[in-house]
Design a protein around this ligand. Structure first.
Ligand code: GRF
Length: 198
């Protein structure tokens, strides 16, 4: 069986990338083909290299906000790797519609909220502030609109009394590490049925 090739974009420690990479084994229909970071110091790059996965990085800072120029460089190693699927995993740069359009329909992202609630940043603090009873994470297909696109999976956690954003984030991250691999496996097999945990 020829495996689907998966490129994973990261910005930092890459804990979601590690979960995805470690899940792509055995009878899984996909295999990682590249881990790409927007920061040469991203801790996830070493973790990927230790797993024998090709890595690359394009530092976004020299481009000083010229998104198109940064993305033109980012595309070089990404397209060279010939991915069938692109997974954004803790990738903290907003991508332009032009970049997204090259991968629309085969690019996923994980976001730490129960979308469509709390798009953007500081999701855990916002959920606590709002007095929500539950929070969680979502995997969605990436479209030009930020943290939008068809939902492919969600995992829910209870918000405890006196929960802090850090404690809640830690519990959500554990769910991310379960949800994203489950969604990728289903997605790589051509099934877009949402994964709902628990
Ligand atoms: C975490 O806040 C996670 O919720 C979000 O990206 C951040 C870093 O994730 N998806 P990772 O450890 O780099 O995967």
């Amino acid at each position: 069986m020829s495996h689907k090739r998966v490129a994973i974009l990261i910005s930092g420690g890459g804990s979601n990338m590690v979960s995805l990479v470690d899940s792509m084994a055995g009878d899984h229909p996909a295999r990682p083909c590249l881990v790409l970071a927007n920061d040469p110091e991203a801790g996830g790059l070493k973790k990927a290299a230790a797993r024998g996965i090709p890595t690359a990085s394009i530092d976004h800072r020299p481009f000083k906000g010229d998104r198109a120029a940064f993305e033109a460089e980012l595309l070089k190693p990404l397209e060279a790797a010939g991915p069938d699927i692109v997974c954004l995993a803790g990738f903290m740069r907003v991508l332009t519609g032009d970049f997204v359009s090259r991968f629309q329909g085969r690019m996923l992202n994980i976001h730490p909220s129960l979308l469509p609630k709390y798009k953007g940043l500081n999701t855990h603090a916002r959920a606590i502030e709002a007095g929500d009873a539950e929070h969680g994470c979502s995997v969605h297909e990436v479209t030009a609109a930020l943290d939008d696109g068809p939902i492919l999976g969600q995992a829910r956690v209870q918000i405890d009394a006196n929960d802090t954003p850090e404690a809640l984030a830690a519990r959500v991250l554990v769910c991310e590490h379960k949800l994203y691999p489950a969604v990728l496996r289903r997605y790589a097999s051509g099934d877009r049925t949402p994964v709902l945990l628990p």
